[in-house]
Design a protein around this ligand. Structure first.
Ligand SMILES: *Cc1c(COP(=O)(O)O)cnc(C)c1O
Length: 440
């Protein structure tokens, strides 16, 4: 039998070629920028901005952004329009591209959308850690105050310290130990527990010492938290997590309060070379469109699960839908639950202001025995046992697998967009299963 595809394929190619000749590609849409001018992004809600903030950069007739993978872009055809870069005073526009280590269509679109969601100009990087490294290289701090938190940021700081005389201080060092140009690197909510810190408190210290405050806000993406409202100078995100949202791209983001810093930081990035690829940029644009939908649902589900576990631990079950036997199953194996939503005293003072829309989709569980923590992931059906967080699928990690500084009774949970009751039921059956390990 001859394969019918061969003929069909040839025929299709022929037709496509003919159509292309009849219908040349739609020319660049010069009105796009003007249309966007009429759209006042500032008064639109984040969900609308995530869809329309890059309309001006949509210069083709495509509704969905095209995938651009080219590393290099043609200069103007008319010699009159050729200005060598060393003679240019104006920066390139967001639709002009030269070489993909400088900028590409998709990363420029992603940065344009992120700027409206993070309320400051943004630069994207190849990963969260390369974004943090770029910030250190740009600021050249002599001292960095940093707390526990994502271990990789400490790794980056150690690398930076290898090539500089920078000193590492604890986050809660004496303010007098900080000087002009030093950096406070605050992560909140913090990895792996999901507990929150008071941004304004550290901003006040930074201000009083003329130091900078950078907030790693990865665990509380927009619209949960805006660190600039509480005094941050820089906001960093591992865009690999919620901005990407589908566990399929690496991305780092730096949002910069002082617009004047943007051009030199962009120039640094030309030479660091730690840019996102065109394909990752495209994935980022596709993903950030649904950021608010995903994050609000994930945070809501996480808070409800945390509340159910916390009620059970404190002996309450009213209003949680938990049966007496569910409460016993939780109490048998779980020692503690950590999450910003449980910081009741802080909520009454600063925390509700800092996280008005929810407390983030990551929390941690401390089990009564290490062996429960080690086995729980293998008993779950709806949670992948994997590191990372922020994707649409729920993940759980026996955290000692990837972070040597974390005690082996701890599990980190990243809630996805699955149904609340399904996730809770899965946790409850897994608690019952690991409880058997003690009896046997
Ligand atoms: C994942 C993560 C990072 C590092 O980001 P990468 O994109 O993996 O480089 C930094 N900070 C926090 C809080 C993270 O969760």
């Amino acid at each position: 039998m001859s394969p019918p595809r061969a003929n069909g394929t040839n025929g299709n190619n022929h037709v496509e070629a003919a159509d292309l000749n009849k219908n040349p590609p739609v020319p660049v849409d010069d009105d796009a920028a003007e249309r966007l001018q009429e759209l006042n992004l500032e008064i639109l809600s984040p969900s609308t901005r995530a869809i329309h903030a890059d309309d001006a950069l949509n210069v083709l007739a495509d509704v969905a952004p095209p995938v651009h993978v080219s590393t290099t872009f043609r200069y103007a055809k008319d010699p009159a329009n050729l200005t060598p870069s060393h003679l240019r005073s104006d920066p390139l526009g967001s639709t002009e591209h030269i070489y993909s280590r400088y900028s590409t269509h998709s990363t420029s679109r992603l940065e344009t959308i992120l700027e409206t969601l993070l309320h400051a100009p943004c630069l994207t990087y190849s990963s969260g850690l390369s974004a943090f490294y770029a910030l250190l290289v740009f600021l050249r701090p002599k001292r960095v105050a940093i707390g526990d938190g994502y271990h990789g940021c400490h790794g980056v700081l150690d690398l930076y310290m290898r090539t500089s005389k920078c000193e590492k201080l604890p986050l809660d060092c004496k303010p007098e130990e900080l000087d002009e140009g030093n950096l406070i690197a605050l992560e909140t909510p913090v990895n792996p527990t999901g507990k929150a810190f008071n941004i304004q408190h550290y901003a006040d210290i930074a201000r009083s010492r003329r130091a900078y405050l950078m907030v790693d806000s990865t665990f509380a993406p927009p619209p949960l938290q805006d660190p600039f409202r509480h005094g941050a100078d820089f906001v960093m995100h591992s865009g690999t997590k919620y901005i990407g949202g589908h566990s399929d791209m690496l991305c780092g983001v730096l949002a910069v309060k002082n617009k004047a810093s943007l051009a030199p930081m962009k120039k640094d990035r030309h030479f660091l070379g730690s840019v996102m690829g065109g394909l990752e940029g495209w994935l980022g644009v596709r993903s950030v469109r649904t950021l608010e939908l995903r994050v609000m649902r994930q945070a809501d589900t996480a808070e409800r699960i945390v509340q159910a576990l916390d009620y059970a631990l404190s002996g309450h079950s009213v209003g949680t839908g938990l049966s007496k036997s569910d409460v016993e199953a939780i109490q048998a194996v779980v020692r503690e639950v950590h999450h910003a939503s449980l910081q009741e005293a802080d909520k009454k003072t600063w925390l509700r202001k800092q996280m008005p829309k929810g407390y983030g989709p990551v929390f941690s569980i401390v089990m009564k025995e290490d062996v429960f923590a080690k086995h729980l992931p293998s008993k779950l059906n709806l949670f992948h046992h994997a590191t990372s967080l922020g994707g649409v699928e729920s993940l759980i990690e026996w955290r000692t697998m990837s972070d040597a500084t974390v005690s082996p009774d701890m599990l980190r949970v990243s809630i996805g967009i699955e149904d609340y009751q399904d996730l809770l039921d899965d946790l409850l059956q897994a608690f019952r299963e690991v409880a058997k390990l003690r009896q046997s």
